[in-house]
Design a protein around this ligand. Structure first.
Ligand SMILES: *[C@@H]1O[C@H](CO)[C@@H](O)[C@H](O)[C@H]1NC(C)=O
Ligand SMILES: *[C@@H]1O[C@H](CO)[C@@H](O)[C@H](O)[C@H]1NC(C)=O
Length: 473
């Protein structure tokens, strides 16, 4: 009788002790969950163990005899998801493993260990985390939602999101993120759920289909006058965009194309390009008037996707050296300087072997160089930088450095200007010559018929005389 009371007391003590120990376990759907159930050292005898799930009954049971039983819900088609690591028996670890957890596995579990008169009971709440996306590969511009779920939901938990391991901005504590699909949403989305001293996490990947390069509208492409440039338009790998189209947009309009005004040296890679996803175009020789906005578009899965970009043409302006100064000022000119943070000039030197090196770096947008120094002859390059580094460069060729001989430093644009001037002069001279010849011909024509002139003269004299006579009458 006394022993009975004692036993009852021991059991009550253990049971009440057990109730206070509720562990929290987070596991991502599809992963393995380990539900802990550890007891302090027990004797070498095998205890009876039973794992239950609050709403599903027995999960797994082991009797003192060593026989094991699995609950019917956990024995699906030979794929036994519940395991019990036998080797940990000696250490008093009766933790349960559940492989490939599903949302419906979430809930309250209990572990009960009976060892002689000792009964130990522990409770574990298993919470299944999962991130789901409305569409794993949405098309650029479409709505997309990424949702974090925890089953069962822990009341008072805090949610954070990371994208490719960096906090997602704007930060949100919402369980669902709703955005317009753009390239910046591509990557691994992880939802972090903090609850008590535990943190649950789940991830999903999203890959937005569309133009991946340039990644944003209004990207700037820099090119020096006369150079070749590629206007990028690369679609997501594996995509085969149909009806690709390049347009130059009307100046001042964001979306209005200026039809038929693609530059002369423009060439689109077209459908025969090695990679169908690459619809980049090329300008073989950039002219100043090619500056402006361009649009690349194509159809993916029945939806039109476009990307706008701006071609910024760079040139060097040189102040013509006047008679009394012996220096020239070179200025780096860009049609759009919004992104430019720094300019620098370097003198490019070719040695006898033809290898190239650059002189000291001279900071600044403009550069004044002496026109009398032989050492300044050759190629000068203006490099311009943005906050992420070099954007491009433009070069200027200083051909002849004699300020006195009257020959000014020339560049490609100067040569064209000179050629245009010369042709104009020739045209004017030709016109003058033509006029002189015409005048000459006319005079010659009149003197060919002197007799005719006399007759005309006589006729008019006679008429005058007749008129005079009629007045007298
Ligand atoms: C040209 O190359 C040779 C050997 O490669 C080298 O010895 C010489 O110094 C070079 N000359 C110049 C001007 O760099
Ligand atoms: C200018 O840019 C071209 C193309 O990126 C590069 O090859 C060249 O080295 C640059 N020149 C200078 C002086 O930086």
């Amino acid at each position: 009788m006394l022993l009975g009371y004692f036993l009852f007391g021991v059991m009550t003590f253990h049971l009440s002790g057990a109730q206070s120990e509720v562990s929290e376990v987070f596991a991502e759907a599809g992963s393995q969950a380990v539900l802990p159930c550890k007891c302090s050292r027990l004797s070498a005898r095998i205890p009876a163990i039973i794992w239950r799930k609050a709403d599903k009954g027995t999960v797994w049971r082991k009797e003192k005899s060593g026989l094991e039983f699995w609950g019917s819900d956990w024995l699906s088609k030979g794929n036994q998801r519940v395991r019990w690591p036998h080797y940990q028996l000696e250490s008093g670890d009766f933790s349960l493993q559940i492989n490939n957890v599903r949302e419906e596995d979430g809930g309250v579990y209990s572990c009960r260990v009976e060892h002689g008169f000792q009964v130990i009971e522990k409770t574990v709440t298993l919470r299944i985390t999962k991130v789901s996306v409305s569409s794993p590969a949405p098309i650029w511009g479409n709505d997309v939602s990424i949702t974090c779920s925890v089953t069962p939901w822990p009341q008072g938990a805090l949610v954070r999101w990371t994208l490719n391991d960096s906090p997602f901005e704007p930060r949100t504590m919402q369980t669902a993120v709703r955005e317009k699909a753009t390239g910046r949403l591509t990557g691994t989305w992880t939802c972090l759920v903090a609850y008590k001293d535990q943190e649950g996490r789940a991830s999903a990947t999203l890959s937005v289909k569309g133009v991946i390069h340039p990644p944003d509208d209004d990207a700037k492409v820099y090119a020096a006058v006369g150079s070749a440039v590629t206007l990028p338009c690369v679609f997501s790998p594996g995509l085969i965009p149909s009806d690709p189209l390049w347009e130059k947009l009307k100046p001042g309009y964001l979306y209005k194309p200026a039809p038929g005004r693609l530059p002369a040296s423009f060439s689109a890679s077209g459908p025969l390009s090695a990679l169908a996803s690459d619809q980049s175009a090329r300008l073989n020789e950039v002219a100043l008037e090619d500056e402006g906005r361009y649009r690349c578009s194509a159809t993916i899965e029945g939806q039109r996707v476009t990307r706008n970009m701006r071609l910024v043409v760079a040139k060097v302006h040189s102040s013509a050296p006047s008679q009394n100064t012996s220096s020239v000022t070179l200025t780096c000119q860009l049609a759009d300087t919004g992104e430019v943070t720094k300019y620098e000039w370097v003198h490019v030197i070719y040695d006898l072997n033809g290898s190239r090196s650059v002189g000291p770096i001279l900071e600044g947008k403009s550069l004044s160089i002496s026109t009398t120094s032989e050492g300044n002859r050759g190629e000068w390059a203006c490099r311009f930088y943005g906050k992420d580094g070099l954007l491009g460069n433009v070069t200027y060729h200083v051909q002849q450095m004699s300020g006195l001989s009257g020959e000014k430093p020339g560049s490609v644009s100067h040569n064209t200007a000179a050629a245009v001037g010369l042709s104009f002069l020739l045209l004017v001279m030709l016109l003058i010559l033509a006029q002189i010849y015409k005048n000459h011909q006319r005079r010659k024509g009149i003197f060919q018929y002197p007799a005719l002139e006399t007759i005309v003269h006589t006729v008019s004299n006679e008429r005058e005389e007749r008129e005079r006579n009629t007045v007298k009458k």
